[in-house]
Design a protein around this ligand. Structure first.
Ligand SMILES: [Zn+2]
Length: 88
């Protein structure tokens, strides 16, 4: 039996791709072998699979996610009008 079914994997990947919340990332992403991926807007963004998170660039895996992530990414904008997104 798998950890996450296809719908759960899809919801988690919506979170990873949405680019207005921080994605789950690989613990090894600073090693120079995790290129920036424009589709995800970051380095070492984890992919959701049936057995949990996996990294496309190394052997890192992770088996937990926040419960709220299974609902997919929150709608944009997270911030009310006039509030600056401090990540930029
Ligand atoms: Zn990695």
């Amino acid at each position: 039996m798998s950890l996450w079914n296809e719908e759960q994997q899809q919801k988690l990947m919506e979170w990873q791709r949405c680019q207005h919340v921080h994605p789950f990332t690989c613990a090894n992403r600073g090693d120079g072998r995790h290129p920036f991926e424009a589709e995800y807007g970051d380095h070492g963004v984890l992919r959701a699979g049936p057995d949990g998170w996996w990294c496309p660039h190394c052997a890192y895996t992770q088996t937990w996610a926040h419960d709220f992530m299974f609902h997919g990414a929150p709608p944009r904008p997270l911030w009310p009008d006039g509030v600056t997104d401090h990540r930029r």
